[in-house]
Design a protein around this ligand. Sequence first.
Ligand code: ATP
Length: 607
Amino acid sequence: MTGLPVADRGTVRRAVGRLLRRDRRTVVLLLVLHAAAAIARLAPPWLLGVIIDRVAAGAGVATVDRLALAIVGAVVAQALLSRYAQYAGHRFGERAVAQLREEFVRSTLRLPVSVVERVGAGDLATRSSVDVSTVGSTVRDVVPTIVICTVQLALLFGAIFLLHPLLGLAALVGLPSIGVVTRWYLRRASPAYLAEGAAAADLTEALTATADGARTVEALRLADDRIAHGTTRIDRLWQARRATLALRTVFFTVVEASYPLPVAAVLLVGGYLLHTGTVALGAVVAATLYLQQAIEPLDRLLQWTEQAQRGFASYARVLGVGLVPPEPPGGAFPPGGGRLVVRGARFSYADGPDVLHGIDLDVAPGERLAVVGPSGAGKSTLARLLAGVDAPRRGSVSVGGCSVTDLDPAERRRRIALVTQEHHVFIGSLRDNLAFAAPDASDERMRAALATVGADWSAALPDGLDTLLGDGARQLGAAEAQQLALARLVLADPHTLILDEATAALDPTTARRTERALAAVLAERTVIAIAHRLNTAHDADRVAVLEGGRITEIGSHHDLLRAGGAYAALWRSWHAEPRDTASGDTERPHTVGRTGADRRPRHPDLA
Ligand code: ATP
């Protein structure tokens, strides 16, 4: 499966630059405060050197006391400056993370539906959870730490050079090995962490698919397959983690070994300079203390470099979501709508074989067309083409002469509504759930819409439209969720409705009553219903029979019965089954195509 894109290094660097520029004043304040704190930190070792030199020169207790007091002052000043610097750093971090999350949500919402379906839930879930929080902690903790450490190191090494250039040079002895190993590490770390992220996403994807398809797994006895599938992915993740661990092992070993070198070099050079009388003992002591002080920021800098790499890799994945081209803004919906026309439409999923082989269809405004056919004939695929979710590989789908896929996406979704069995009940009130379809609808309209679709349960809710739905609140059953989706449809009042087994979760009598009520409310709307109950076809103006990706029959219910073809055979077999309603209505549990119970969100891994 092709996943979502990953941003290249240049794009990530530019994004980091933008992040820093956006909060320029805080960044400058951060730098100034940290520099001041680092300067205050330089004072104690230097003052200690001065004490040693003065005592050696015979100075009294009063001088030592004065200098010791100055050391205390420097320590207090450093503590205060560091506190404010950290506060500024965290403010910057929190603001940047908040912006990042907002941008991520915006990018995710802009993703075309077909892309989300293609890449699967795992990749997006990992990016929105693991990657966003890794970037968050990097920006919040790592960036300020790197700034602090860099400033401190620059000042510490600068101070040693000021004491004596030769001491400064000796202090640099450990840096080449650290530099070489850091370059070696950085070059390998980014792809290794990206591979680790991709392996983690793959594992999430596999586990989510197994959990989502648990019933199918159980019914088809796929448990062993799924365990093997999961184990392979766990294995891949383990290997990816081992690769990153191997990099860290080399990196940190070389770095740890490089720390004692400069101290030894400074003591050697310092001893020689002391011997020649070029520097005082205090200067050598101060230089050694500075070096000791440098170990901590250097250590932190290197450790955080690793975290920064992870953050960089995660940021590349987070930014990648924004690189998916959004659905291009398209043309306006033709005024007054017009005929829905399909000409020679062929379609295949990804690089697979065609599942629709040249569909021709012409539906007049206000017409009701039922599409029937065996399971796998391509009914749902046709529904997706009609709604513009997918574009035909060949041929065209147009409304009022405008190609459906060229319409503005928001406008298209508003005017051509596709209702399937996969409804989502959002956590929020019943009103919130309905307002998605019509933000300005009054309570009265909302209640009327619920009544139209037979959602009698809604009238009995304790808090009416304010009742909270979703996890931890009132849970809706499949039939109730379906009615909620249909009520949204009534409120949205689209020009064309495509119902893909949209009443399958309702019992047959309620389904037929709901379909008739919908038809009355949405009179003059074009309705294309993928029918799994043949009475839907009976009620329609025309019926199209889809078999093996082709329309084999089309006409009114009565014409098709007279013709004695596939539809007539279906109708006869449907009628031959025992009635299941006491009312004598022609309701049957018989279905054409998959039923509500066995229809689950299709997942390629389980297909
Ligand atoms: P049903 O009544 O079972 O829902 P249908 O008539 O709606 O069937 P479709 O769901 O459109 O048929 O499927 C038509 C063909 O396309 C089938 O062979 C199916 O396996 C294939 N197909 C459907 N969805 C996908 C997908 N996302 N990826 C790959 N192949 C798919």
